[in-house]
Design a protein around this ligand. Structure first.
Ligand code: ARG
Length: 466
């Protein structure tokens, strides 16, 4: 048996309680260790609420004034680290209100009129998630700009394009960089879209049913930067879609980050040497002096799992909860905090790595030229020049690849006579399409890898980013 807490029955809600909670009850119940991160939003929300209570005549101007000033003092105490958080006071709301009472006395007790911790936490958390959404919306264009800069520095360098991580066809470095720009731009759209939907104020829903006080929800919504008050009080206190949508957008973005991170790990290996990562984003080995490890990319690749986990965890918290608020919902925060921290860190790290990496032209081109990467170009030539059906051209090309493989050479190294032994109509002109530069230059279909297309796309991205 654990001992009861020393605390008296709770000052905020303890009217009907004869004794304080068991110490373990206090430990499981308290959220102050993590929801203190909502202090700024909590105080901002309370200040708007107090101003509204005065404007509607629910409290006097002088009480509202004392509350609003007192709250600024509390905020400065918290921000400067002078605030003594108390577990007995459970959460950020009651910690702030108790300190406000110390500072201004009786008027502090009027702040919670026409409000509940249910709409208060829904508001605080929503504003916090909105801030993180804005931070992601701010960070993504920087990453996209870094990718566009990489594309612009080497739009026409050739590299192997892969399917199944097997050499498929030559592509351009610029095209590969801009593929990621597309992904991160969709992420940007998802965050912006989630932000639009989350921007409704729950404040004034009170405990769950609204209030009999003549509050002005439009006023607090506007003061706090919301588009409108949420229309249904039951939904307002029990909705956590805003956090789930943030995590959904974050998860897809994180998945993109992990794919690029994986490519950086592969590309920077001694076997590939497609890119050199800068010293700023790598570490050495304590035993192997030659090592330059892509730790930032690896950590980023791994951290992504926390974001997926947060999404699953919050879905599990919310699933099956009857309307409206249940204490389960206190478990909505920690993983979202962690996910947001790690997403923003990952975005910043990736932006740094992309900006600093140096593609290695010779290694990229050598790899692009090996692995029979222009076999499709050869098949296309047979279709175009000899009017063969594509299936037959595919078969002939396959035989030529086999011949080159057996001879230990690549397609352009075969002689015309060897080629003609497979199909007599092949001419010297075929060698023009077997070079990787001609191959990429020929892929001019919209969205294709040709350097001319890449340059057009770079112009489009610069336009978009400005
Ligand atoms: N700490 C609580 C949470 O994070 C605040 C809301 C408490 N509401 C209540 N009815 N106990 O969810």
């Amino acid at each position: 048996m654990s001992k009861p807490s020393d605390a008296q029955s709770n000052k905020m809600w303890g009217g009907r309680f004869a004794e304080g909670p068991d110490a373990i009850m206090e430990a499981i119940n308290a959220s102050i260790d993590f929801d203190r991160r909502l202090a700024k939003q909590d105080i901002e929300g309370s200040r708007a609420h107090a101003a509204m209570l005065a404007a509607t005549g629910i409290v006097t101007d002088s009480d509202a004034q004392a509350i609003r000033e007192g709250l600024l003092t509390v905020l400065s105490e918290i921000e400067s680290g002078r605030f003594a958080f108390s577990t007995a006071l459970e959460d950020i709301h009651m910690n702030v209100e108790a300190r406000l009472t110390d500072l201004i006395g009786t008027p502090a007790g009027r702040l919670h009129t026409a409000r509940s911790r249910n709409d208060q936490i829904a508001l605080d958390f929503r504003m916090w998630v909105r801030d993180q959404t804005d931070a992601a919306i701010d960070a993504l264009p920087r990453l996209i700009a870094a990718l566009v800069a990489q594309a612009e520095a080497a739009p026409d360098w050739v590299m192997p394009g892969f399917t199944h991580l097997q050499t498929a066809q030559p592509v351009t470095w610029g095209h590969h960089m801009l593929a990621y720009a597309e992904m991160f731009h969709r992420d940007l759209g998802r965050f912006a879209d989630a932000r639009r939907r989350m921007n409704e104020s729950p404040l004034g829903a009170a405990a769950l049913a609204g209030t009999s006080f003549p509050i002005d929800r439009q006023m607090t919504a506007e003061a706090l930067g919301f588009d409108r008050p949420a229309a249904n009080s039951l939904d307002a206190v029990s909705d956590r879609d805003f956090a789930l949508e943030f995590l959904a957008a974050a998860s897809i973005c994180a998945m993109h980050l992990s794919r690029l991170a994986e490519e950086l790990v592969i590309w920077s290996s001694a076997q590939f040497r497609f890119v050199a990562l800068s010293d700023r984003w790598t570490t050495g080995s304590s035993i192997m002096p030659q090592k330059k490890n892509p730790d930032a990319a690896e950590l980023l690749r791994a951290k992504i799992g926390r974001i997926f986990g947060a999404q699953t965890a919050l879905l599990m918290v919310m699933k099956g909860l009857p309307l409206t608020y249940s204490k389960d919902m206190q478990e909505d925060k920690e993983q979202v905090f962690d996910a947001a921290d790690n997403l923003l860190l990952a975005l910043a790290a990736m932006t740094g790595m992309v900006s600093d990496m140096a593609p290695q032209r010779a290694a990229l081109e050598a790899a692009a030229s090996s692995g029979f990467s222009t076999a499709t170009d050869l098949a296309d030539w047979l279709v175009r020049e000899l009017d063969l059906p594509f299936r037959e051209a595919h078969h002939i090309t396959g035989a030529l690849v086999k011949m080159a493989e057996d001879a230990g050479c690549d397609l352009p190294d075969l002689t015309l006579a060897q080629m003609q032994s497979v199909h007599g109509d092949i001419t010297q002109a075929v060698f023009d399409v077997l070079g990787v530069h001609n191959s990429v230059a020929s892929r001019t279909s919209y969205g294709g890898t040709a350097p001319a297309n890449v340059r057009d796309q770079i112009a489009r991205w610069k336009d978009r980013l400005s």
